[in-house]
Design a protein around this ligand. Structure first.
Ligand code: MN
Length: 289
């Protein structure tokens, strides 16, 4: 069994809806007697920006937060520990994913998500930075979100968007196609099966790389099953499919270098449904990686 660090990335700065910063605290409480925990918080005196007209909302504070998180994930890997970063809104993956590739040199990535997260500051309509991280880590959105990182980025040919069903048309879709990201939609999963599609994703992400970073966004699951996410998208994976993908992660553990589990928002959860699912996933990872 490997030594695992759980890194609690308590941020909701990437989205105008509050609450995802509280997710990690609740999940940590549910993991009994786990010692290797690091907490990253943003300045409690900071006044969060919400205005839609502002297309770079909370940019400065997000960069301060991510620079800290980046160092912590790097430290974890330097100490031969495996990083599981719990969000937090999905912008935190800019730091966790780039920290991992900075230490593992050449990695592929599977971005498990209902949304594309592939806007740029030019194409975003909301200015919510959690809609940009996948573009940032593949260096499609350049410079502003990755100032703390000075090695290579994820190559689009080894990057897979998995389970998507809510991609902004036409601009975000064009960005994804222009960059050359492989898109596996929710529809593909329903049509060809989760095992077949996971196999395809792992093949693409591992081909010619030293391993894979997994970014698991809970909003990929149907919000009727997992309602506690900031931006739910109609439809989605059922629980069996979500757990089958988790099993594929565990099966492929030798090539997986780092994982995020993001977007749990306890303020929007109903009857602890999402909390239970996220806790189950986390416990499986801790016990079986
Ligand atoms: Mn996301």
């Amino acid at each position: 069994m490997r030594n695992i660090d759980i890194i609690a990335a308590c941020s909701d700065l990437g989205v105008h809806i509050n609450g995802s910063n509280l997710g990690p605290k609740i999940l940590l409480k549910n993991i009994n007697n786990y010692d290797n925990i690091k907490n990253i918080n943003y300045d409690t005196n900071y006044k969060k920006e919400y205005q839609t007209e502002n297309k770079k909302k909370n940019l400065e504070q997000i960069n301060l937060f991510n620079a800290k998180l980046y160092k912590e994930v790097q430290n974890t890997i330097e100490n031969n520990s495996f990083p599981i970063t719990i969000g937090g809104d999905h912008n935190i993956a800019i730091a966790s994913a780039l920290a991992s590739i900075s230490k593992n040199n050449n990695l592929g990535i599977i971005w498990f998500d209902a949304h594309g997260d592939y806007n740029t500051f030019e194409t975003t309509t909301t200015g919510n930075i959690h809609g940009l991280p996948f573009a940032a880590i593949t260096n499609y959105e350049k410079n502003l979100l990755t100032t703390f990182h000075n090695t290579n980025f994820f190559a689009p040919k080894n990057a897979v968007l998995f389970g998507a069903r809510d991609i902004d048309e036409p601009y975000e879709k064009n960005n994804l196609l222009d960059a050359g990201i492989t898109i596996i939609t929710t529809e593909d999963v329903k049509k060809y099966g989760i095992t077949e599609m996971a196999k395809k994703a792992f093949e693409i992400a591992s081909s010619g790389t030293n391993g894979i970073h997994i970014s698991y966004d809970l909003d990929c699951i149907n919000p009727q099953i997992a309602p506690g996410v900031s931006v739910p998208a109609v439809g989605g994976l059922n629980l069996e499919e979500a757990y089958a993908f988790l099993n594929e992660i565990i099966k492929n553990k030798e090539i997986i270098k780092s994982i995020d589990l993001v977007e749990f928002n306890p303020l929007l959860d109903i009857n602890h449904k999402t909390e239970k699912i996220a806790t189950y996933i986390l416990n499986e990872l801790i016990n079986k990686l």
